[in-house]
Design a protein around this ligand. Structure first.
Ligand code: SF4
Ligand code: SF4
Length: 393
């Protein structure tokens, strides 16, 4: 939600400066600076809005370093809407990031260009030239091995007794880099009796544009999604970063994380093959603090007989992925990532489930850099592999 300046000041005034959010803030824990804490940032945002302090480079740095993980919101006894405060501040006071329009906008806006980009990466990887690309452009190191781009059908009909219909949100990064998760989602939903609609005109959720200070672009993307999706069908998201953005900015539609939706489905006639493995779960901040449905992931994975489902230590702290943050604030992003990698190695994790592509890319990249072999998968991929065709009754 974006506020007016007056509303921003009123919301910031609701902070009673108790400091209970401070131990939950990853940047405060790392820097120890009040200006990198939620309480400090709220004071700064209010002071700039009231023109008591100038909107200068130092102010920008403290706001830029915020991950928008919203752990502070979950901890706040006064329910201060930190997400709205920081989104508004970025829209009103933080200059648009210069690389954004040139490098990312086309990818987000134009599915044809995005597909062309993925075809190119796929071809480079097939030819064994991926290491060379990563040496030329270090930003490419976050890219996983990609699958061939998919032309989605508008409708994937249920393959079991029909229980209803849903829309599936692809997401710009998910559609480009994680089609396995989207395919697994369609498979599971169809097997549970749901028609899956994939509106062709849907676009990026707008989260990255908002984070980069381009509220105009973000609003355009939200409006396009509003016009693309049937308001009578729930929109299921597989990336909690997208789900959180849509939750905040698309109130006309019912947005749900796919694991939460699946937990409300009828599994009576579904058999799930056992898996003798320990599955660790990483909670994305957006799933915990905004969608508030992280527990559904554990319940879903516990449907797999013999699987042990365990929370990864330090789940309350952001991994540093946070959309474009891993590229724009790489020092802090890598500092936070180290904590996750330490938790992974300390527990000899072999399978890590995460419900957000940003976390998945960031963590998988860190694992590759350290030559650690861990399967990082979306929970829906794990459950899809174990599901048997629905029993006919
Ligand atoms: S959103 Fe996250 S990083 Fe930003 S102030 Fe809140 S807890 Fe700290
Ligand atoms: S917990 Fe809430 S009221 Fe207390 S300092 Fe943090 S934002 Fe302000």
């Amino acid at each position: 939600m974006t506020l007016s300046i007056k509303e921003l000041i009123v919301e910031a005034d609701r902070c009673v400066a108790c400091g209970l959010c401070l131990p939950h803030c990853p940047t405060y824990r790392k820097t120890g600076s009040e200006a990198d804490s939620p309480r400090g940032r709220i004071q700064l945002m209010r002071a700039v809005a009231q023109e008591i302090l100038p909107n200068n480079a130092r102010f920008n740095e403290h706001i830029d370093l915020c991950l928008s993980c919203r752990s502070c919101e979950s901890a706040c006894p006064n329910n201060v809407n930190y997400g709205a405060l920081v989104d508004t501040t970025r829209a009103l006071y933080i200059p648009k990031k210069s690389p954004f329009p040139a490098l990312v906008k086309a990818f987000i806006q134009n599915r044809f260009l995005a597909n062309a980009f993925v075809w190119m990466i796929w071809f480079i990887q097939k030819c064994g030239l991926f290491s060379l690309l990563k040496r030329i452009n270090p930003a490419a190191k976050v890219l996983p091995m990609v699958a061939k781009p998919i032309t989605w059908q508008n409708l994937y009909p249920a393959t079991a007794e029909n229980k209803g219909a849903v829309s599936l949100f692809l997401g710009c990064a998910g559609n480009a880099l994680d089609t396995h998760t989207l395919q697994a989602s369609i498979q599971v939903l169809n097997q549970l009796g749901y028609d899956v609609h994939i509106p062709a005109q849907q676009t990026c959720c707008g989260g990255i544009a908002r984070q980069m200070g381009d509220s105009e672009e973000s609003s355009k993307l939200v409006a396009q999604n509003q016009n693309s999706f049937d308001a009578n069908l729930p929109i299921l998201t597989t990336a909690s970063g997208c789900g959180a953005g849509l939750n905040d900015y698309l109130p006309t539609h019912k947005i749900q994380d796919i694991s939460a939706f699946l937990m409300a489905c009828d599994w009576t006639n579904v058999d799930v093959n056992p898996l003798n493995e320990q599955i660790y779960v990483q909670d994305p901040c957006t799933l915990r603090n905004v969608q508030k449905s992280h527990q559904a992931v554990y319940s879903l994975l516990k449907k797999i007989p013999n699987a042990t489902v365990t929370a990864l230590a330090g789940n309350g702290q952001c991994c540093g992925g946070a959309g474009a943050y891993m590229l724009t604030q790489s020092e802090m992003a890598n500092n936070l990532l180290d904590d996750k990698l330490n938790a992974i190695t300390a527990n000899n994790v072999a399978i890590l489930a995460t419900s957000n592509i940003g976390c998945s890319l960031h963590i998988a990249n860190g694992l590759r850099e350290k030559n650690l072999t861990v399967s990082v998968m979306h929970p829906i991929q794990i459950i899809a592999k174990q599901m048997r065709p629905v029993r006919q009754v």
